[in-house]
Design a protein around this ligand. Sequence first.
Ligand SMILES: *[C@@H]1O[C@H](CO)[C@@H](O)[C@H](O)[C@H]1NC(C)=O
Ligand SMILES: *[C@@H]1O[C@H](CO)[C@@H](O)[C@H](O)[C@H]1NC(C)=O
Ligand SMILES: *[C@@H]1O[C@H](CO)[C@@H](O)[C@H](O)[C@H]1NC(C)=O
Ligand SMILES: *[C@@H]1O[C@H](CO)[C@@H](O)[C@H](O)[C@H]1NC(C)=O
Ligand SMILES: *[C@@H]1O[C@H](CO)[C@@H](O)[C@H](O)[C@H]1NC(C)=O
Length: 226
Amino acid sequence: MTAAANEDGGDSEKSRFRCLDAARYVVAAAVTVLILAVIVTAIKVVLRLDSLQISVHNRSINTIPIMSPPEPEAALVLELQLRGENPSGRVRMYYLNITAYLFDNTTSASASTDPESDSVLFFKLPKDIAVLQQEAVDSSLNTNPPVKKNMMDPLYFDMLYNGSRFSDMTLRLDGNLVTEVTSEFNRTRPTTYYCEQLLVGGNPNDDASKSSEDVVCKQQRSAAPP
Ligand SMILES: *[C@@H]1O[C@H](CO)[C@@H](O)[C@H](O)[C@H]1NC(C)=O
Ligand SMILES: *[C@@H]1O[C@H](CO)[C@@H](O)[C@H](O)[C@H]1NC(C)=O
Ligand SMILES: *[C@@H]1O[C@H](CO)[C@@H](O)[C@H](O)[C@H]1NC(C)=O
Ligand SMILES: *[C@@H]1O[C@H](CO)[C@@H](O)[C@H](O)[C@H]1NC(C)=O
Ligand SMILES: *[C@@H]1O[C@H](CO)[C@@H](O)[C@H](O)[C@H]1NC(C)=O
């Protein structure tokens, strides 16, 4: 009886220790999970802060008809002002090697896998965009050389040349977003922006064509390289 009671006591002692061990593992596992969650959240915050914001000033792309030398030929100069804003307090950002594609409202700018032929017109931006920590930079851009009829959809060329305006066009920007994480390390990612509902066409001095609101472009990053 006594022996049995002792044994019982020993057993419950052992199982109590086992319980304690198990509890320790549970706590350790919980702490590990918690630490991982904190790390993942921190990485997410850093990545979110590392996003360059781009917007189109006045929602507008102006088109100016000109006669382009050498033998005078009808051409268009496109004018737009892009604003790059860097929300990060830590890193410099560069948006490099940018190609701009203009889509009309019959084609999805994001679904297009061949934007050169699906767009109304495309051109290489003459400048890169470089933005220091917590700064905003405005870049005024002109197509140079001017766009000739054979470089774009000829129907749109005629309409824009003759002063028509479109209120529902999308500008797609394809480029490389470079984040200077430290002074020794740059991270580069192909990044696309979509600037929707733009007013395209018309004279910059024509008040009726102007909007005073800017359009913030939606960003789409490609999957991280493997
Ligand atoms: C720049 O973009 C063009 C496509 O427009 C691409 O062919 C070229 O490889 C890019 N250059 C660099 C340095 O990424
Ligand atoms: C529009 O401009 C073009 C110049 O590319 C001209 O050839 C054409 O006749 C004009 N069309 C109209 C309807 O004015
Ligand atoms: C597309 O744009 C054209 C010209 O601006 C307009 O007439 C037409 O209604 C638009 N279509 C849609 C579906 O928004
Ligand atoms: C990062 O890229 C930018 C733009 O190309 C360049 O000016 C800068 O020197 C690079 N920084 C490093 C550390 O490579
Ligand atoms: C943007 O719109 C404002 C207000 O309509 C106008 O004063 C300004 O000149 C416009 N900026 C450009 C670059 O067209």
